[in-house]
Design a protein around this ligand. Structure first.
Ligand code: HEM
Length: 533
């Protein structure tokens, strides 16, 4: 029926409460049974029964609403298209210089006709694939999942099938020993793959985070990738082969989930002072302590836990994999301002017996592994924060182009354009810095990266979250009351505004990031580049 075609006068005949059709964007909707459920009321639709209500619809909704109510669509206005015998030539990948909706600064500049040295056809193909997925399968449900405080498990499976879980865990390389590349949508088929595995690089990982972040929900992003993105890499990098074989394939297949448990009620950014203790016990450890604000902790099967196995300070810290079904593990979901669907947990370990085979790498080397992981974690936060800021700008421009005050569209008020310009300049500056750093992660040897990139990445984190805070605030001002209510047209901006702190604090607070960034950069300049300071 959705392929049916109707004339305007056919639609006009359905204009009563029991038989009510409307046209929106050339599609015909039978809303007869929906009238009583319509959140905006029945009358307002009935006033437009049988007519083209596109203009009225657009004034009150985001276009995405219709994706969710697709079942109401019964066809289109007009006549069926003629059969085309030969397929029209498609746009060549190389020609895809324009991609997306062309809202100014609503996408990175290489989507909007600018040249870039960083991206190839495989990046363009990945971008196309992810956009379709996020538009159809994530954005329409983000609000629902957030309100339910849970990301559905089928999404893990779906992301595994695509190859996204493996791509994120590998951070710039694919952990091919632990998943079957030919089972994934993105990487199967060798050179013919959407992303040929031999071409996979850190810009593909960047794109995955960036495109997924268009869902405008830190809860969904962290719910899906927050635990895996930081909990699995230390195991992949430092764990014994036996530990990796036991854990990694299940997590990459979306059958099991993992999280990283470092922060404690009294130890956040000062990791070296953590108190959760693992004492030797037989051929293993007995773990006691608390962890707090642990992303995915509510549902994770595995916890990569920072524990004290030695003396005070950083030299006494190890990483240990604790499993949910080990006696003495309990978790409870915390009530946070934002990122509701990410399963943020408070965790108790009470006399949990953990076999020695679950230690990650060497005993008392955990601090180094954590520090190494931080660059990766922070870059994930940076990329998400900047896209969320971009979503705020995009939403504000779209809304400002339809909403009028005093007879003038919001974007035609200089005072509001000024806000948009300040948002755009910060987002673009941050984006260019991100690309520059990512390029260095490809060109600089890995052991040097920790030394030379640690400082800039720390500062970049502060840069991106301050940009996010600014954009979320200014977009909220532009949306007015709509950004003060959950759901509806201001849905994305309202949610992002609530999530700013979830980006500005974890992974290192802005204050610590800025100080660390400068301290480390001065040291690198003196010791490596010969600056006489
Ligand atoms: C297929 C047809 C329609 C669907 C599926 C639909 C769906 C919705 C939904 C889900 C909401 C809640 C807010 C949101 O999520 O955006 C809403 C609110 C609303 N709708 Fe509709 N709607 C339809 C048609 C219309 C039409 C034709 C009009 C006006 C002529 C209209 C006017 C409103 C108003 C005034 C609100 C309240 C907005 C607010 O709270 O600020 N709707 N609608």
């Amino acid at each position: 029926m959705a392929n049916a075609y109707f004339t305007v006068s056919q639609v006009a005949a359905h204009n009563s409460e029991n038989d009510c059709w409307i046209i929106v964007n050339d599609k015909v909707y039978d809303v007869s049974n929906f009238l009583k459920e319509h959140p905006g009321g029945k009358k307002i639709i009935l006033n437009n029964a049988g007519t083209d209500a596109t203009k009225q619809f657009n004034a009150f909704h985001n276009p995405g609403v219709l994706d969710k109510y697709g079942s109401l669509c019964i066809g289109s206005v007009g006549v069926p298209p003629m059969e085309i015998s030969e397929q029209a030539p498609s746009v060549q990948d190389d020609d895809e210089r324009q991609f997306g909706e062309m809202i100014p600064f609503g996408d990175p500049s290489w989507y909007q006709n600018w040249d870039s040295p960083y991206y190839k056809n495989s990046h363009r193909a990945l971008r196309r694939y992810l956009r379709k997925f996020v538009d159809a399968e994530v954005i329409p449900f983000a609000h629902e999942w957030d309100e339910a405080r849970q990301v559905p498990m089928f999404l893990f499976k779906k992301c595994s099938e695509m190859g996204i879980l493996a791509a994120i865990a590998g951070n710039g390389s694919l952990p091919t020993d632990y998943f079957d590349i030919e089972e994934t949508i993105l990487f199967r088929g060798g050179d013919q793959a959407i992303v040929p595995p031999s071409e996979f690089d850190a810009f593909h990982s960047f794109l995955i985070f960036d495109e997924l972040s268009r869902c405008a929900s830190g809860g969904v992003l962290w719910g899906l990738l927050g635990g895996l993105g930081i909990g699995l890499p230390p195991i992949l990098k430092n764990g014994s082969e036996e530990l990796k074989r036991r854990i990694v394939p299940d997590v990459l297949a979306g059958r099991k989930t993992i999280c990283l448990a470092i922060t404690e009620p009294a130890a956040g950014s000062d990791v070296a002072n953590l108190t959760c203790v693992a004492n030797e016990f037989g051929d293993g450890f007995i773990v006691n302590g608390e962890k707090k604000w642990i992303t995915n902790g509510t549902f994770a099967d595995y916890f990569t836990v920072a524990v004290r196995t030695g003396g005070e300070g950083m030299g006494g810290v190890s990483l240990l994999v604790v499993e949910r079904d080990m006696p003495g593990v309990s978790t409870r979901q915390m009530k946070c301002s934002g990122v509701w669907s990410s399963g943020t947990a408070y965790i108790n370990f009470e006399d949990v017996k953990v076999p020695r085979s679950n230690i990650v790498g060497k005993e008392n080397r955990g601090f180094k592994y954590i520090m190494h992981n931080f660059n990766h974690e922070r870059m994930g936060i940076v990329i998400q924060a900047n896209r969320l800021a971009r979503v705020c700008l995009e939403e504000a421009i779209k809304y400002g182009s339809k909403r009028k005050t005093f007879g003038v569209k919001l974007i035609n008020h200089p005072v509001l354009r000024n806000k948009l310009a300040h948002m755009a300049r910060q987002i673009e500056a941050t984006h260019n810095w991100i690309e520059n750093v990512i390029y260095q992660t490809i060109t600089i040897p890995e052991d040097l990266q920790m030394i030379t990139l640690g400082g800039p990445i720390a500062m970049l984190k502060a840069q991106s979250t301050q940009t996010l805070e600014y954009c979320a605030r200014e977009a909220s001002q532009i949306f007015g009351g709509l950004a003060y209510t959950r759901g509806g047209q201001g849905e994305k901006v309202e949610r992002i505004y609530r999530e700013v702190r979830a980006y500005a604090i974890p992974g290192g607070s802005e204050e610590i990031m800025l100080d660390l960034g400068m301290r480390s950069s001065i040291k690198v300049a003196q010791t490596m580049y010969g600056a006489k300071l």
